[in-house]
Design a protein around this ligand. Sequence first.
Ligand SMILES: C[S@@+](CC[C@H](N)C(=O)[O-])C[C@H]1O[C@@H](n2cnc3c(N)ncnc32)[C@H](O)[C@@H]1O
Length: 260
Amino acid sequence: MSAKEILKAILPHPVGRWLGNHRLPFERIRRRFQIGGNLGSLRRKTPVNPYDYGESRGQCIDRYYIEQFLTVQSADVRGHVLDFCDDTYAQKFGGAKATKVDVLHLSADNPHATIVADLARGDQIPSDAFDCILCTQVLHCIYDVHAAVSTLYRILKPGGVVLVTDPGIQKIDCVDIKNEEEYWRFTSLSLRRLFEEVFPKDHVEVKTYGNVLAAIAFLHGFAVEDLPREDLEYCDPDYEVTITLRAVKPMVTLTPRQSY
Ligand SMILES: C[S@@+](CC[C@H](N)C(=O)[O-])C[C@H]1O[C@@H](n2cnc3c(N)ncnc32)[C@H](O)[C@@H]1O
């Protein structure tokens, strides 16, 4: 005899009927105290795709958000542009507006690099040089992020714009095939504060992308093609998959930290 049948047999009929009519709240309470949720096929300790961030299946979920941000800000990608690693984003979002492009890389082994420098020191990079800096997926690889942000401020022309993206929720690639060390995961709050210590507060804008489903899919190495667009587009501020920031250097330049 099931628990339901026992209850039916012992309870007076009106009580049983009342309970039947109020099944939904009881079901909710039962689910709340149930041990072990139904995680379906994702109840596993290893990722579905352990090989990469999703690129073997299509477009990486973080790249979808990064490129959405750069599309919205594409008017900023103009004049003398600084990109990192290669000039893909300078060309894609700047086009003919990017009249001169430099590529910064930490080590000299990158054939695309026109400037080899450490952003945390940055002595070799000229001051007041760039109209736009595309600092995508870079800062989490730099230990001294405070120094790096000061360099970004110094090397921007007055009125110049830095467009930043960094991971909020993302796995770490321990295999480190690209020899890129990862030190940090940011939140919108930490990234904002980092820049507001150097740029004026009202010159800094932060936006986040992602939701719990996009985060889980990205952690498992699924790609954009694995999800319907509306699932990627929904933005839940509690799940910061990608954090984006736009900061503008004032026309009248002040020494960082001097007066903000
Ligand atoms: C994950 S790649 C991102 C490249 C590109 N911007 C993108 O969106 O794919 C990280 C980049 O950060 C650069 N990087 C890491 N540490 C750096 C440092 N201390 N100074 C300057 N660049 C650094 C690496 O050279 C590499 O180009």
